[in-house]
Design a protein around this ligand. Structure first.
Ligand code: E4P
Length: 228
């Protein structure tokens, strides 16, 4: 759960994309707390990982997750050394494997921010916290896809982490598919949600807001007034 590093008084919003135009546009809201990427999102951007991560870090002040592509500890550490030099807000993203957690332990010990990804069980979340992860990323959508309730896993992890007051690992809800995932994560008290850009935009909307605003504007026009 949130430790002293968690400055936000409410669940933080990260955006899950490597599309810098989208990130720039969403950052204008002032409500974006960070960015997550993964190898698939980098591939989708069609750009070089180092160039795109550097650019994202210049747009957003908060943590920007950049994932290693190696599967063995030594190569992960070599890749992490390159990634962490890109900007001070780079958060090195590591897979939840024995080598990934070994790299997490080393990097956390050096004060580097880490995001342990591809978490699908509470036992995995427990061991990632033990390895000193800054963020643990349980994938709710992918669990829902195979008929398991992803949000139950979030509740279980938040519950376990809350037993340890000094624990600083933050629960970052990933693989979010719709706004109900976001509000459910907030009800449980998760620290962070990483949202695809379209889901982040959906949070603003309700048909009654649009209808209500159209009505107010029509009535206002009829008054012939202007405020400025
Ligand atoms: C999280 O960090 C991952 O990049 C992401 O949330 C995965 O989501 P997906 O299951 O939609 O690919």
């Amino acid at each position: 759960m949130a430790g002293p590093n968690n400055e936000s008084p409410i669940m933080k919003f990260f955006v899950d994309t490597a599309d810098t135009a989208e990130i720039k546009s969403l950052a204008e809201s002032g409500l974006l707390d960070g960015v997550t990427t993964n190898p698939s999102l980098i591939a989708k951007s069609g750009r070089n990982i180092l160039e795109v991560i550097r650019e994202i870090c210049a747009i957003v002040d908060g943590p920007v997750s950049a994932e290693v592509a190696a599967t063995d500890y030594e190569q992960m550490m070599r890749e992490a050394a390159v990634l962490k030099k890109l900007a001070p807000n780079v958060c090195v993203k590591l897979p939840l494997t024995p080598d990934g957690l070994r790299a997490c332990k080393t990097l956390s010990g050096e004060g580097v921010q880490t995001n342990v990804t591809l978490c699908f069980s509470a036992a995995q979340a427990l061991i990632a916290a033990k390895a000193g992860a800054t963020f643990i990323s349980p994938f709710v959508g992918r669990l829902d896809d195979i008929g398991q309730d992803g949000m139950e896993l979030i509740a279980e992890i938040v519950d376990i982490y809350s037993n340890y007051a000094a624990l600083e690992t933050q629960v970052l809800v990933a693989s979010i598919r719709h706004p109900i995932h976001v509000t459910a994560a907030a009800k449980i008290g998760a620290d962070v949600a990483t949202l695809p850009p379209n889901v982040l935009r959906m949070l603003y909307h309700h048909p009654l807001t649009d209808k209500g605003l159209a009505g107010f504007l029509k009535d206002w026009q009829a008054t012939g007034q202007s405020i400025v």
